[in-house]
Design a protein around this ligand. Structure first.
Ligand SMILES: [Ca+2]
Ligand SMILES: [Ca+2]
Length: 664
């Protein structure tokens, strides 16, 4: 087997994404091709990656906070990232490079040609890359330095001029880009032969024995040697490319639409060295690309977290809301006529009804903004109005709340707001001219400034500016949203008062209806057992401790489908009651109901979690393993347990992938 180098580079690939207000674009990892060293299937979790680099059988990723993670082949310690904060990374065949935030170079891993121990000192470096057994670095002044193996002059033939803007190392050669857009390459003559000498280029990549460059018209140039005839010269045509990457025997290009094409070895997966490394998963969320020896790696954009909105059009209240109020019989708020309508029967005293956020709240340590359309018809007979509500406590909204809305009394229509906390009650009225419009609520957490408006978000448009009321809240920094209104003794007819098109435009949602899922292990049967029931947990701990060892909280899941993206997790139990099985996949559920009805009985929806692809940024993957000794399934959100099981217990447990994403 040819164990040669590979390298990768991704260069200045900047795509623009439109994201929803206030959301931060995060980037995740995707890999494909050979998984011999688990470089593909053991990708680090999480998002917030800003750069990637791929070595022979391992890879590096840089996070926004300056940490570097490494995974895959670690025979030379290339994955043992030294502690520190970094600003750039590069991968050699089996050694790693990174720039510390002070601009100095860190190198670790294989050192056969002193590619680690001979790294230059100084703190004026802008980028680094590794070849098979040598490395190259670009200084901030545009000059280049190389060290390590010099068999092909890849170190000694470095141009001395200081006008380079990018470097990339192949097996035993280097491609560099000058500030005027021209190319330079040196080292292994076979790999550098045929370099274009005309034209202007914007990106470069160096592979095993070949090179790639992106012309400023968006097309791709290739040169070098296709040693084993894998069709490296078959570069894709077109002028819509924004990035290139080169592996040992394959190549990738990133297109303006966020898709990736591959060519060379591994277009299909029909045997060595065809591992599918040049066959990227079809998607348009690619941000940048890198090639390893027989695998490929990419940064992908992660959709901004789902923002809650509701047009109230289907005439049934979604799981995001629940009805509340002091007299729902006399005064109703219901989704009907494609809106959230308030009606009231003639009654005595003040009646109110509202839809309250069901199991979600807004994190008031961060900014938030939301709006809702209103309509309240002018009528001399009616008193009351429609309102948005912020509450401190979702089980007792009257413990502390703020209401802001539109209403009318016998003489005139008005906006009002009312803040309630322990001791102070404030009300104020402002005349309004329109019977229909929008209510806007926005909060600036830094200034602790809450703006209430009928004209838009922010201080400039506010009717009322106030600090967040000092509620004595049981929920910490979470506030709950309500939509509703009320009547003061007078009937409200259908169509006279309603709210519509709720939209959360920014803000962090907090799931508030979470439950602990406890895990037990039986030394008798070797099985794991999960329960969200405090009673069951207490009974097992107190009365069955010989049979069941308590292992603590496994993860925390939602008890209601309170947020967009949450889906039911179905529970099954074996006929003898000993084995449990959970799935979020409706298809898997149906298959078990159909094909395994003699093994499992359906226990219903146990809780709610996120299926892969719908999870918010902070959700935690729950991994599923199956016991090879027939002891059922194991679920864990503990990444170190996942590693231990995969590294040391692969004879006992087979990894079954991510089952679902837990809220915490
Ligand atoms: Ca509507
Ligand atoms: Ca609805």
């Amino acid at each position: 087997m040819m164990k040669r180098l590979t390298t990768t580079v991704l260069l200045g690939v900047i795509l623009s994404y439109s994201c929803l207000n206030g959301s931060v674009l995060a980037e995740g990892l995707r890999a494909w091709g050979s998984d011999n060293d688990r470089q593909v299937n053991s990708l680090p979790a999480g998002t917030d990656y800003i750069a990637i680099a791929a070595g022979d059988g391992y890879a590096l990723a840089l996070k926004r906070d300056g940490t570097v993670v490494a995974w895959g082949q670690n025979g030379h310690g290339q994955c043992n990232v030294p502690l520190g904060a970094y600003s750039a990374i590069g991968a050699g065949a089996d050694f790693s490079l990174a720039l510390r935030i002070d601009g100095s170079i860190a190198v670790w891993g294989a050192d056969a040609h002193k590619q680690v121990s001979n790294a230059p000192s100084g703190s004026d470096f802008a980028s680094v890359d590794g070849g098979k057994s040598f490395a190259v670095a670009l200084r901030r002044d545009g000059s280049i330095v190389a060290w390590g193996d010099d068999t092909h002059g890849q170190v000694s033939q470095v141009p001395t001029e200081p006008n380079f803007t990018a470097i990339t190392a192949g097996d035993a050669h280097v491609v560099a880009l000058r500030s005027d857009g021209t190319l330079a390459s040196w080292g292994n003559p076979a790999a550098t032969a045929g370099m274009p000498t005309n034209g202007t280029f914007t990106a470069i990549a160096a592979g095993g024995n070949h090179c790639l460059a992106l012309r400023n018209d968006g097309s791709i140039a290739w040169w070098g040697h296709d040693r084993y005839g894998y069709g490296l010269a078959n570069v894709p045509e077109g002028n819509d490319f924004v990035g290139v990457a080169a592996g040992y025997l394959h190549a990738l290009a990133l297109k303006t639409d966020g898709s990736v094409v591959g060519w060379g070895a591994g277009k299909d997966a029909s045997g060595h060295p065809n591992w599918g490394q040049a066959d990227p998963p079809e998607a348009t969320d690619y941000v940048s690309i890198a090639c390893g020896l027989y695998f490929s790696l990419a940064l992908t954009s992660v959709a901004p977290r789902v923002v809650l909105s509701d047009d109230f059009d289907d005439n049934s209240l979604s799981g995001s809301w629940r009805l509340a109020g002091d007299d729902l019989a006399g005064c109703r708020m219901e989704e009907t006529g494609k809106r959230l309508e308030l009606t009231a029967a003639p009654g005595t005293g003040r009646l109110s009804a509202f839809c309250l956020s069901n199991g979600w709240g807004l994190d008031a340590t961060k900014d938030f903004s939301f709006c809702v359309d209103y309509h309240y018809i002018l009528s001399a007979q009616q008193e009351g109005g429609v309102a948005v509500l912020l509450a401190a406590n979702d089980s007792d909204v009257y413990a502390g709340y703020l209401e802001f809305g539109a209403g009318a009394c016998a003489s005139y229509p008005y906006f009002w707001h009312e803040a309630m906390d322990d001791t102070v009650r404030r009300s104020s009225y402002v005349r309004r001219l329109q019977e229909s419009g929008s209510l806007y609520v926005s909060y600036d957490a830094t200034r602790n400034e809450l703006c209430l408006s009928a004209a838009g978000y922010g201080k400039e448009k506010a009717l009322v500016i106030m600090t967040m009321p000092a509620w004595d809240s049981g929920s910490g920094q979470v506030v709950f949203v309500g939509l509703g209104g009320g009547s003061d003794r007078e009937p409200i007819d259908s169509g006279n008062a309603y709210l519509d098109n709720f939209r959360l435009d920014s803000g962090a949602l907090t799931v508030t209806c979470l439950t602990n899922v406890y895990r037990f292990w039986s030394p008798v049967t070797g099985r794991h057992f999960y329960t969200a029931s405090e009673n069951e947990k207490t009974v097992l701990v107190n009365d069955y401790s010989k049979t069941w060892t308590f292992e603590g909280v496994a993860f925390r899941l939602a008890t209601a489908a309170s947020l967009p993206g949450l889906a039911p997790v179905h529970a099954f139990r074996s006929m003898d009651g000993q084995a449990q099985f959970y799935t979020i996949s409706e298809r898997e559920k149906d298959r078990i109901l159909g094909d395994y009805a003699h093994v499992y009985r359906y226990d219903g929806v146990a809780f709610y979690a996120y299926p892969q692809g719908q999870q918010p940024l902070e959700a935690r993957p729950v991994h599923r393993f199956v016991s090879l000794a027939g002891h059922g399934h194991l679920y864990t959100a503990d990444e170190s347990e996942v590693s231990t099981l995969r590294d040391s217990y692969s004879q006992a447990f087979a990894y079954d992938g991510i089952a679902f994403y837990a809220c915490e």
